[in-house]
Design a protein around this ligand. Structure first.
Ligand code: 13P
Ligand code: SF4
Length: 335
């Protein structure tokens, strides 16, 4: 396939729809490509196990942003979703950033369209805008500081108590942070389709059947679920909690991809995925799971799909990310 045909395929499908030889050892081929091209594979904990196994670094949004900021690789292959690859590109304009499937989006990022958000911001003058990293580069460019679920509290606390704040785009995380910090931030009405799917009723029933199990939840979950949680934290905080806490069993209210790493790092513990409010596998993020090992291999081989960005937008979006990294460093959250 020539490069023009390859690009046409990407426009159509979001990824390179090429059949690979079934005999290829994709794990070995990816390792070779990494060396040949000085490429690094960064993966979010929500990626499928095969991808986690070939990744050079697996992390939550904060860890991945930090890794992207400091890598010496020529090519960053981002096994995650679009806004994460965008963040890597914002921090690394001269590097090639690849995303195995360009259609790997995010319902939360999509819940904040740029023009509507601009108007919302105009309606709240004098407010500092803190945006969760799960948003588009355009929303980042309209923000003062970016945060992730790992550092949001510290970012908010870095501002004077009487400073009016807009928090976007996640209303659940925003409400949780309002409670934790005693602020009254104005919240954008967005949410993550995966973290809103958990059924409180089914969780309560599960807790009756597993009385020793602790409920641990990501703060993107709805308030009713968070109110019942024994521990609330970002993906990496949940992982650490299970390793260090002494309960034998946990009900885990977040995307199921995390269970792979959790079980590896706490092999003797019983991990139960929190049940969704219907019978589908809705606590698998359909965007994260668009990436496959085969798409990862193809995108490294052909160096496509590549994430590109307008330079004016990139510079504007970088400022609030740099601020986040500075505050996180000062707070000792990253090295
Ligand atoms: P963290 O990686 O910050 O825990 O966020 C979870 C998430 O939903 C990523 O898309
Ligand atoms: Fe977006 Fe939710 Fe998927 Fe994370 S889990 S990428 S917030 S839709």
């Amino acid at each position: 396939m020539n490069i023009i045909e390859a690009k046409e395929k990407i426009l159509e499908n979001g990824f390179l729809d090429i059949e690979t030889d079934v005999q290829i050892d994709l794990f070995a081929a990816i390792e070779n490509l990494k060396k040949q091209k000085n490429a690094i594979v960064l993966a979010h904990y929500y990626q499928e196990p095969d991808i986690q196994d070939v990744a050079d670094f697996i992390g939550d949004s904060l860890g991945l942003a930090q890794k992207a900021a400091e890598t010496n690789a020529d090519i960053i292959v981002f096994a995650g979703v679009h806004f994460m690859a965008e963040t890597a590109k914002i921090l690394n304009p001269s590097k090639k950033v690849l995303l195995p499937d360009l259609k790997a989006g995010c319902s939360l990022a999509d819940s904040a369209p740029t023009q509507l958000f601009k108007k919302f911001k105009e309606q709240h003058p004098n407010h500092v805008v803190i945006s969760y990293i799960n948003c588009s580069a355009e929303i980042k460019a309209l923000s003062d500081i970016i945060c992730t679920s790992s550092n949001a509290e510290k970012i908010i606390e870095s501002l004077p108590i009487n400073q009016p704040i807009i928090f976007a785009p996640d209303r659940n995380l925003g409400a949780y942070l309002n409670k934790k910090t005693g602020r009254n931030m104005v919240l954008w009405n967005g949410a993550c389709m995966v973290h809103e799917i958990f059924s409180l009723e089914k969780i309560i029933k599960l807790k009756i059947r597993h009385p020793k199990a602790k409920l641990i939840a990501h703060p993107e979950c709805e308030e009713a679920v968070l109110n019942k949680a024994d521990f609330i934290g970002s993906t990496s905080q949940l992982l650490k909690y299970v390793q260090t806490d002494n309960s034998p069993e946990y009900i885990v209210a977040t995307e199921t991809g995390i269970l792979y790493k959790m079980q590896q790092t706490a092999p003797h513990k019983t991990l139960i995925p929190a049940p969704p409010n219907n019978s589908c596998a809705c606590n698998d993020c359909p965007h994260m799971k668009l990436n496959t090992l085969e798409k990862l291999y193809l995108c490294m081989e052909y160096e496509l799909p590549e994430l590109t960005m307008n330079e004016t937008l990139r510079i504007a979006a970088k400022k609030p990310i740099d601020r986040m990294l500075e505050i996180s460093r000062a707070a000792g959250l990253i090295g």
